[in-house]
Design a protein around this ligand. Structure first.
Ligand code: C2E
Ligand code: MG
Ligand code: MG
Length: 302
């Protein structure tokens, strides 16, 4: 892939970059498309920077989380979208890692929380019935900000939301990076009534220490387990173990990525209580979410 040393080294570097981006500790061979990928990343990165001031093109979709047995709404997850007029919608799996890398996730995350709280406040007045929450995904970079809790307090106050209706989803890699300070921050948030969910459980280290050390209300079983559940008895055993453990620790469990009725039934047989996935609904724009899932939840005294 090159006629001289410097060109070969440059291409090897591109492959190394790709290996790191794919989760490190792995091998990648150079291919021509990698440079396109690098170029694309830089282009998206600079578009991100340009969009930061106004947050134009960013919006949230809401995916319902339901009780597996009663079908009742238990929550919604706010999922960020970014649409550019010339490129179309950039998937979050692409732009969120870039925003983290280029140091833009903190203001983006703040915008997400503010927007989610604004929406939550609008909904909770009109659809107060039922014990449902709104989940917001947090990046570890946000948690590492010394002013994070103060920022949350400010947004809570501005928006007037009941913290008991709010849930933060964190991933275990974020938590494991600095368990002690992470536990302290999460305890402060929990003390305000905010619920904490451990996202994508089972994909990283699946540390049992985390389940014990963090003030978790919810454990979310990663969708790769849901996907393999029906074909692998090993997966079923692991899922059953995660569910038993989480329940024993007083946490509720939500299965992610339920796409079929069979998966839903299998999760139910293993004792899972909550689920989320395309089988029930894709992430929805707020007006549609409201019509489908909240209209049945008028305030209790209405
Ligand atoms: P996540 O938090 O695990 O979110 C669940 C992802 O699974 C969402 O993808 C959702 O659309 C997708 N999903 C839901 N049901 C199904 C299903 O039945 N089958 C399949 N194949 N997928 C399903 P999405 O919206 O593309 O988000 C991807 C990831 O981006 C999220 O994973 C989360 O880690 C991150 N993300 C999204 N919004 C935010 C945000 O506001 N802040 C931060 N920090 N991260 C976010
Ligand atoms: Mg999530
Ligand atoms: Mg997840």
């Amino acid at each position: 892939d090159g006629g001289d040393i410097s060109e070969l080294v440059k291409k090897a570097d591109t492959a190394m970059y790709r290996a790191k981006q794919q989760g490190r500790n792995r091998m990648e061979t150079y291919s021509g498309t990698m440079e396109d990928v690098v170029r694309e990343r830089l282009a998206i990165g600079s578009r991100l920077r340009l969009s930061m001031d106004t947050m134009a093109g960013f919006y949230l979709l809401y995916q319902p989380q339901l009780d597996l047995n009663s079908g009742r709404l238990i929550g919604a997850e706010a999922l960020l979208r970014w649409t550019l007029p010339d490129i179309g919608t950039v998937p979050p799996d692409m732009f969120i890692p870039l925003a983290e890398e280029f140091g833009m996730i903190v203001p983006i995350g703040e915008w997400v929380l503010r927007e989610a709280c604004r929406q939550l406040n609008a909904w909770s007045g009109r659809f107060a019935g039922g014990d449902w929450h709104l989940s917001v995904n947090l990046s570890m970079k946000q948690l590492q900000q010394p002013e994070f809790v103060a920022g949350v307090d400010r947004i809570l106050e501005e928006s007037g939301v009941d913290p008991g209706r709010l849930c933060f989803e964190i991933t275990e890699t974020a938590a494991l990076l600095n368990l002690e300070s992470c536990a302290q921050i999460l305890n402060e948030l929990r003390a305000r009534g905010i619920r904490i969910a451990l996202d994508d459980f089972g994909t990283g280290y699946s540390s049992l220490l985390l389940l014990k050390s963090l003030p978790l209300s919810i454990v979310k079983i990663d969708r790769s387990f849901t996907h393999d559940l029906l074909d692998s008895s090993a997966t079923a055993s692991i899922v059953s173990g995660i569910i038993a453990m989480s329940k024993g620790l007083g946490m509720s469990v939500i299965a992610e990525g339920i796409e079929t009725e069979e998966q839903l039934e299998a999760m139910g047989r293993l004792g899972c209580e909550g689920f989320q996935g395309y089988y029930e609904s894709r992430p929805l724009p707020p007006d549609l979410f409201e019509r489908r899932y909240l209209a049945d939840n008028p305030p209790e005294d209405a």
